[in-house]
Design a protein around this ligand. Structure first.
Ligand code: NAD
Ligand code: UDP
Length: 314
């Protein structure tokens, strides 16, 4: 690599959020090492970055040790869509747990800060609403979502133990549902599913009655928050909720996508997946205080940009 700003490792850098993060880091003049096993990541997501003199890609599974020299680590590697993380649940847990151990070991050797992409799934199907960071969650340890939820919870434990035991500078971001360009058409998550179905004229598949809620954050807002958290002047560990508190039902999302695409697709109802959370909304007071951050992209604007992306790629 040519020497630029800081050398930043992004695991999962060819994935949806990771590819946007790599691009923003390069724009800031950092050197970026993108490590990905291309399980859910794609070359197309980073195609425009590979010619950049400060960008490097390494195909590597983070469940195996990694020996590189960097100044910061963003640990994003992990499939995030229920469809993909449930396909090989043992590998999902290994990625969260062994992957965290390997990346924390690397951060410990190098004495550099490391950020963990944790998730609102640590709250499970929450009884406290909206969810503050102090809420311990309600997670099923033995269900089909557990490989992801418990893997991410264990990763948080490891991050805090490395912090307490080895004095490591950690940042734990609890990311709520995020959407935008570079999601895969077949990703399986709700926003990409509905947009792709609407553009193809296929049925829009609502799981359950569609009255369950999520709070959707546009990816540019999320990347801004991750950058601010890594560089936060208080050196705060978190955990910090990152997401857009504007809560919507899944039915609302289907209707918004139909309106914005002008599609004549029909809405159909499928059974609700096991342990599908009923409600989710981040309490982002800590992110506002610590990072001076809040999302600025309205749902309709973010959906429109995502629709434009899928129109140009499908
Ligand atoms: P994604 O599936 O698009 O990206 C994950 C990336 O990690 C992919 O490029 C994949 O190939 C790579 N990867 C998976 N396992 C790996 C392994 N063992 N070794 C190396 N690379 C591996 O998902 P995303 O939406 O971009 O999510 C990024 C991170 O943010 C994940 O850790 C996810 O859990 C977290 N997160 C995302 C959301 C969201 O709504 N998008 C919400 C909460 C948390
Ligand atoms: N969902 C849906 N239709 C789809 C995909 C998802 O109704 O085609 C629902 C899903 O059951 C959940 C919500 O949308 O209630 C969000 O699902 P997603 O997989 O995007 O994220 P997560 O459940 O992990 O928040």
């Amino acid at each position: 690599m040519t020497r630029g700003g800081r050398r930043v490792l992004v695991t999962g850098g060819a994935g949806f959020i990771g590819s946007h993060l790599c691009r923003r880091l390069l724009e800031r003049g950092e050197e970026v090492l993108c490590v990905d096993n291309f399980y859910t990541g794609r070359r197309e997501n980073i195609r425009d970055l590979v010619a950049h003199p400060l960008f490097e890609v390494l195909r590597q599974d983070i469940t195996f040790p990694l020996y590189v020299e960097v100044d910061q680590i963003y640990n994003l590697a992990c499939p995030a869509s229920p469809k993909h993380y449930q396909f090989d649940p043992v590998q999902t847990t290994k990625t969260s747990v062994h992957g965290a151990i390997n990346m924390l070991g690397l951060a410990k050797r190098l004495r550099v800060p490391i950020l963990q992409a944790s998730t609102s799934e640590v709250y499970g199907d929450p009884e406290v609403h909206p969810q503050p960071e102090s809420y311990w969650g309600r997670v099923n340890p033995i269900g089909p979502r557990s490989c992801y939820d418990e893997g991410k919870r264990c990763a948080e434990t490891l991050f805090f133990d490395y912090h307490r035991q080895h004095g490591l500078a950690i940042r734990v971001a609890r990311i709520f549902n995020t959407y935008g360009p570079n999601m895969q058409a077949e990703d399986g998550r709700v926003v990409s599913n509905f947009i792709v179905q609407a553009l193809r004229g296929e049925d829009i598949t609502i799981f359950g009655d569609g009255l369950q809620t999520r709070s959707f954050c546009y990816v540019d807002d999320m990347v801004e928050a991750l950058l601010r958290l890594m560089d936060n002047p208080e050196n705060s560990t978190g955990p910090v909720n990152l997401g857009n508190p504007a809560e919507r039902s899944i039915r609302d999302i289907a209707e918004a996508v139909l309106r914005l695409t002008g599609s004549r697709s029909q809405i159909v109802f499928h059974p609700l997946p096991v342990d599908d959370p009923r409600q989710r909304q981040p309490d982002i007071r800590e992110a506002r205080r610590l990072l001076g951050w809040e999302p600025v992209t309205a749902l309709e604007d973010g959906l429109q940009r995502t629709i434009d992306y899928f129109r140009s790629t499908l």
